[in-house]
Design a protein around this ligand. Structure first.
Ligand code: MN
Length: 269
């Protein structure tokens, strides 16, 4: 038994509030025991998401400020900071250096490092992080700002190089993997090598399609099966490993991090 009850699956990055049947989807995640992190894109959306999820212990809500919205929403940083003490989960946050968002990149970096420093001061936060075309810069921000090692970064839709993956692993990062990542050939060798004890699953719905409709958390078993096939392991073993990873990430007992003096995963409030 744990804080969730008896979880069966994990969707650690889903935009629950962007589905037309938001409330039904929350009930579905709970009924199927899918621990789902509902990420938000602006702090203004946080309260309503918490309301809809209330009473559904398998549904978690992240406080977010999406890098793609920074050009219009940077002023919501103060609301973000006001809400931060009320939540353990943060996301979606991060950096996006794609051509459409590059104009705001300096602002994105300023906001992201403020968010990281605030998380580091409060401790015990679990963050779902976007890093499109900016993996190395995201890792640098984590290295510079999460100096107490009391928060857990989860890299969502990671597309970095093997050496960036090594740096992220050393920092204590987890990786949430979706079906579309697995289907892209050039990701496959990296996905075969990421440490099993750092893997989580996600859908990134409704932005990712599954069978020609927006992916739903109930599609995660298929993702686990695809990933298990890629790793050459039994799907049930991988499903169990992912649940163990979810619990380890929430555990107050620190795991000794590789090649680092500081303690990651230390006691959380
Ligand atoms: Mn997303």
């Amino acid at each position: 038994m744990n804080a969730f009850g008896s979880p069966r699956w994990v969707d650690f990055h889903c935009h629950l509030d962007l589905y037309q049947d938001h409330q039904r989807l929350v009930r579905e995640c709970n009924a199927e025991k899918i621990v789902t992190l509902g990420v938000t894109t602006t702090p203004k959306a946080f309260a309503r998401n918490v309301d809809v999820a209330s009473g559904h212990s398998y549904v978690l809500i992240g406080l977010g400020l999406h890098p793609q919205l920074i050009s219009e929403r940077a002023s919501e940083l103060s609301l973000f900071e006001k809400l931060l003490p009320s939540t353990r989960y943060v996301g979606e946050v991060g950096l996006d250096a794609g051509p459409r968002y590059y104009a705001s990149f300096q602002d994105q970096k300023r906001v992201f490092s403020r968010i990281l420093r605030a998380c580091d001061e409060q401790g015990g936060k679990i963050l779902s992080i976007h890093s499109v075309r900016s993996v190395s810069k995201v890792i640098k921000e984590l290295e510079q700002n999460l100096t107490h090692g009391n928060c857990v970064p989860v890299l969502h839709w990671f597309t970095g190089t093997p050496s960036e993956a090594d740096r992220a692993v050393d920092l204590g990062c987890y990786f949430s993997i979706n079906a579309e990542m697995i289907s892209v050939g050039k990701n496959r060798s990296l996905l075969q090598k990421l440490p099993l004890e750092r893997l989580l699953t996600e859908t990134d719905g409704p932005f990712v399609n599954f069978m020609s409709r927006p992916a739903r958390p109930t599609d995660v078993p298929t993702t686990v099966e695809l990933l298990a096939r890629l790793r050459g392991i039994d799907p049930q073993l991988l499903a169990d490993q992912i649940i163990n990873n979810l619990l380890a990430m929430h555990s107050p007992a620190p795991a000794e991090p590789p090649q680092r003096q500081m303690r990651l995963f230390k006691s959380t409030p």
